[in-house]
Design a protein around this ligand. Structure first.
Ligand SMILES: NC(=O)c1ccc[n+]([C@@H]2O[C@H](COP(=O)([O-])OP(=O)(O)OC[C@H]3O[C@@H](n4cnc5c(N)ncnc54)[C@H](O)[C@@H]3O)[C@@H](O)[C@H]2O)c1
Length: 252
């Protein structure tokens, strides 16, 4: 039986925690007694997420961070170490999506997506692991996407960034195992972060689970993968999509 108090006093960094999935994940750890660090690009989003969590009597600190910038990632880890002494959990969640024809996408657009979504996962993990290895323990979850496995047209850069996260996850799990650091990824399907009431019936019923995904579905999975009883789960990817990627489609 999982001990719900396992996160009390743990130091948890969530990137892109100003809204959406990242905010929900941060709230889930904070509600269980963790000290969460909101590493967010946008000042207004980071401050408001910090306010929402601290108003609930939980512990959150917004550290303005652009995960595209290696120096800011190093500064983030330094701040966290100085303020809280260590890092126990890292959720690499920050990401952007932008679609465009492969004939038209520029090198700058390609680099923007890869650096935000993929390079940041490597750099944040490397810098956090330098701290985690001192206690020979740490748990990292990288947020990929079901678009690592299936595609619509014009999604090359985003798909490549998310596919890269899957490979990077098992590579890092192999390298960091010697230091007690566990690395897994989650591939969400459709997780609604906007107004729920705007969804149509067809949006829900096309999922085997009978509904579109919610932020809490991903937060629950992060809690599960980073729970100390689950250290045997390592280097793997958990798809959370209500069954969409397993659905066989034939045209009738
Ligand atoms: N929502 C979905 O259906 C879905 C599905 C699959 C995967 N994902 C992935 O989950 C993650 C979160 O998605 P979301 O829907 O909550 O997105 P979102 O756009 O609502 O939130 C992303 C957050 O990341 C922040 N961010 C963006 N660039 C950043 C940077 N350079 N440095 C620091 N923070 C930055 C944004 O300001 C924002 O607060 C992303 O990696 C996304 O690719 C989402």
């Amino acid at each position: 039986m999982i001990n719900p108090r396992a996160y009390e006093g743990k130091v948890v960094i969530v990137t892109g925690a100003g809204r959406g999935i990242g905010q929900g994940v941060a709230q889930a750890y904070a509600a269980r007694g963790a000290q969460v660090v909101l590493a967010e690009l946008k000042e207004d989003l980071g401050s408001s997420a910090e306010r929402i969590i601290t108003k609930q009597g939980a512990k959150a600190l917004f550290v303005p961070t652009d995960v595209r910038d290696p120096e800011q990632i190093i500064a983030l880890m330094k701040t966290v170490q100085e303020r809280f002494g260590t890092v126990d959990v890292l959720i690499n969640n920050a990401g952007i999506s932008s679609f465009g024809s492969p004939y038209e996408i520029t090198v700058e657009m390609w680099d923007e997506i890869i650096n935000t979504n993929l390079r940041s996962v490597f750099l944040c993990t490397r810098e956090a692991a330098k701290i985690m290895r001192r206690q020979n323990e740490g748990s990292i979850v990288n947020i990929a996407s079901t678009r690592a496995f299936q595609s619509e047209e014009n999604s090359e850069a985003y798909a490549a960034s998310k596919g890269g996260i899957i490979a990077l996850t098992h590579a890092l799990a192999a390298s960091l195992a010697h230091d007690g650091v566990q690395v897994n990824s989650i591939s969400p399907g459709w997780i609604e972060t906007g107004p729920w009431e705007n969804l149509r019936d067809i949006d829900h019923v096309q999922h085997w689970s009978g509904r579109v995904g919610q932020v809490g579905d991903i937060a629950n999975a992060c809690l599960f993968l980073t729970h100390p009883d689950n250290r045997f789960i390592n280097g793997t990817n958990l798809i959370i999509d209500g069954g969409m990627t397993k659905t066989m489609i034939y045209v009738p």
